[in-house]
Design a protein around this ligand. Structure first.
Ligand SMILES: N[C@@H](CCC(=O)N[C@@H](CS)C(=O)NCC(=O)O)C(=O)O
Length: 282
């Protein structure tokens, strides 16, 4: 019997990656939700002690913290090599590069990889959640306690503006278009999973990323006919129990009303811009 506790947030891409992996490895764990922008619980002292970078997720193993979604995946894969799917391949440079491209890397600029773009396209929602708190309390918390220096002023600016800084979201659309086409072409191999015939950690990452694209109301990406390899692939990965067990079952419910407030029942207000870019780069 393990003594695992996962600290995560329902609609966090990195938490989703880790939870999908835990489901694929058939590992049970206790779960502690840590509210991000709306309450800033990740900036409180008790969580900072577990994860000085103040990021989610963190897995504790007998009380010992292991931050970072990819590190969590590697740990459980090593610990349980014969349980569930094998998430990582040994000494495969191309696979490692793919993981680097898909992970949420706090050291890379937003938009430069698919992983960081997953964070960038979420800014309109993050802004509204931050707006549940006063500018002063956001300034106090983020400037003093956020573990990633570069993110401190950005979060404050997003709170002050109530949305993404001008030009940033269009820049994110350009990046998203390029990354979606890259994945569409990658899947040109016509195999079931992103790295071939077997499900891997790269699929855990893509499940969370494509879920985010759909969640942010970019219509027709995973469910249309313009990116047919992605649509087929999405059907395969989202049909696995890990999609429900790792992502859908953990939603906090905080995001849905915000998305409805932003876009009603319709698409993201940059949906057409995204598709223009996809057509341009095709
Ligand atoms: N490399 C880390 C990145 C984690 C990360 O960026 N998590 C986001 C949520 S998806 C977060 O905690 N954001 C809160 C913040 O920056 O204030 C991982 O993969 O776990």
């Amino acid at each position: 019997m393990n003594n695992y506790v996962l600290y995560g947030y329902g609609e966090s891409v990195a938490s989703n990656m880790a939870r999908v992996a835990l489901s694929e490895k058939e590992i049970s764990y206790k779960y502690n939700v840590v509210y991000l922008e709306s309450k800033g619980e990740h900036l409180r002292e008790n969580y900072r002690k577990l994860n000085p970078k103040t990021l989610l997720p963190t897995l504790t193993i007998d009380g010992k913290p292991l931050p970072d979604s990819i590190e969590i995946m590697k740990y459980i894969d090593n610990k349980f090599p014969d349980q569930g799917v094998k998430l990582f391949l040994n000494d495969d440079k191309k696979f490692e590069e793919l993981i680097d491209y898909l992970k949420l890397d706090e050291n890379k600029e937003l938009g430069t990889t698919f992983g960081t773009t997953g964070g960038g396209i979420s800014i309109p929602v993050l802004a509204k959640l931050l707006c549940k708190r006063s500018i002063l309390s956001v300034a106090f918390d983020y400037l003093r306690f956020h573990g990633i220096k570069q993110r401190r002023a950005i979060f404050l600016l997003v709170r002050i503006l109530g949305g993404p800084p001008p030009g940033i979201y269009k820049k994110m659309m350009v990046s998203l278009a390029k990354h979606l086409l890259y994945i569409e072409n990658f899947l040109g191999h016509k195999k079931d999973f992103i790295y071939g015939d077997f499900y891997t950690a790269a699929d855990c990452c893509l499940t969370a990323l494509l879920h985010r694209v759909q969640e942010m109301r970019f219509f027709g990406v995973v469910d249309g006919n313009k990116l047919p390899n992605i649509a087929k692939y999405w059907n395969t990965i989202s049909s696995r129990p890990s999609y429900k067990e790792g992502i859908l079952d953990y939603q906090t419910g905080e995001w849905l009303p915000v998305l409805e407030g932003l876009y009603g029942d319709g698409p993201n207000d940059h949906n057409d811009f995204l598709w223009d870019k996809i057509e341009t780069f095709k």
